[in-house]
Design a protein around this ligand. Structure first.
Ligand code: FAD
Ligand code: EPU
Length: 350
């Protein structure tokens, strides 16, 4: 029997922990449950929103629809001479999965330690940290096609993975519910220790366990723990600008941080926000985090409006100071459909 809660309060189901409600909250533990929910004639006209752990979500108002908690569990491992193949049900917890692979000596996911969320959500924005992205380890993604109610499978190279992007945010947005993710981990492992200060934290020969520990240490030192202070990680994506614009900014701001990204430069949005003196900028119960300017925190019973006001102020200030447009990484759910900052403040599409 599926558990259904009418008029459910959502603060426990997203990491900003902002109080808001929805028409129905339902837990799905199998593909059959998902099909039943999406085909339920009583809910036919209601929007439906899959939720993993809500660590990349902001409910901007009451959600007049069905919030579908993904609780599909199961792990399967096979191997050949060269690889471990993992098949992970989409409701498995990502940080626990990473820890388990390190303990079982199947390395490859350790740089992605401690990223909150479900395994099945990880492909949607191609989660990334400390020099590795999901696309580097992904073999396939299986999803429920919400038109035909059949399961389909995309090989990793069909997922159009990009920086914080994939086919699931583009062509398949709202049309696919991810049910399983496959990983292919080479048995000849090569450590990735090139990001920032990671190398300095590792003594001697790197092992997956040492990298895992170092990544956990760095993350815990900068990123607020959502159980202590509500947040959804980086609020904005790091913007990509032209070399010419970067050179011009570098003259004005010699300490600006940028990395090559193809023919362009990816700028550290945290630096832009920090350099605009916005750390600690507060509106109601929300503010720009003191240790990491890219994170907006709910430090004291914030409303969605508080978070939106801080985000809009940051976006406006960064535009005025550097002529760079910030796009939010956090996904916004409005009353009946996904929305964004521009639509809310300007009435424009993002
Ligand atoms: P949710 O927030 O529940 O959902 C996100 C979106 O995906 C929503 O639009 C939802 O409707 C949709 N969705 C959820 N499940 C499914 C499904 N099965 N099928 C189809 N659509 C679905 N991200 C990084 O990339 N790198 C980081 O280093 C990182 N650090 C973070 C640190 C903190 C403290 C926090 C709070 C977040 C961080 N994030 C990071 C963001 C977040 O962890 C990832 O985006 C994660 O993949 C979200 O998983 P979730 O299950 O919580 O997704
Ligand atoms: N910086 C500042 N001030 C700040 C924050 C950052 O000057 O307040 C500078 C840092 O000194 C550093 C640079 O900006 O030189 C980059 O900072 P950091 O290494 O903390 O990474 P980031 O670019 O802010 C990105 C991801 C994170 C991911 C880390 C590590 C995005 C939007 N964010 O953050 O992902 O964990 O790199 O790889 O790409 C997330 O997506 O939610 C997330 C947390």
């Amino acid at each position: 029997m599926m558990h259904i809660t009418p008029q459910a309060e959502l603060s426990l189901y997203h990491t900003f922990s902002i109080k808001t409600n929805c028409d129905f909250l339902v837990e799905a533990s199998s593909v059959e449950d998902l099909i039943e929910i999406y085909r339920n004639p009583e809910w036919k006209h209601l929007p439906k929103l899959p939720i993993g752990t809500g660590s990349n979500m902001l409910f901007t108002e009451y959600f007049a629809g069905v919030a579908v908690l993904n609780r599909l569990k199961g792990k399967r491992v096979t191997e050949d001479e060269n690889f471990y193949f993992l098949e992970i049900s989409s409701g498995e917890d990502w940080p626990k999965l990473v820890q388990w692979t390190v303990e079982k000596e199947m390395p490859g996911l350790e740089n992605l330690a401690l990223i909150p969320g479900c395994a099945g959500t990880a492909p949607i924005q191609n989660i990334g940290a400390y020099g590795v992205e999901l696309k580097d380890v992904c073999d396939f993604v299986e999803y429920l096609d919400l038109q035909s109610f059949t399961l389909r499978r995309l090989a990793s190279d069909q997922c159009n993975f990009g920086y914080r992007d994939s086919i699931f945010k583009q062509q398949l947005s709202g049309k696919a519910l991810i049910t399983k993710v496959g990983f292919k981990l080479p048995k000849t492992w090569s450590p990735k220790t090139g990001y920032g200060a990671l190398q300095q934290l590792i003594e001697g020969e790197p092992t997956a366990q040492k990298i895992f520990d170092a990544v956990c240490q760095v993350r815990q030192s900068k990123l607020p723990d959502p159980r202590v202070m509500g947040n959804a990680g980086s609020f904005f994506k790091n913007p990509v600008i032209s070399n010419a614009q970067f050179d011009e900014l570098k003259l004005r701001y010699p300490s600006i941080v940028g990395y090559p990204a193809g023919d362009n430069i990816k700028i550290a949005a945290g630096w832009l926000i920090d350099n605009a003196n916005l750390k600690g900028y507060t509106h109601g119960g929300a503010r720009v985090h003191d240790q990491q300017a890219l994170v907006i925190v709910n430090f004291n019973d914030a409303t969605a409006q508080d978070v939106l006001s801080v985000a809009w102020h940051v976006k406006q200030t960064v535009w005025q100071k550097y002529q760079i447009t910030l796009e939010h990484e956090v996904r916004f759910m409005g009353r009946t459909s996904e929305t964004n900052l521009n639509a809310i403040f300007d009435g424009e599409a993002n």
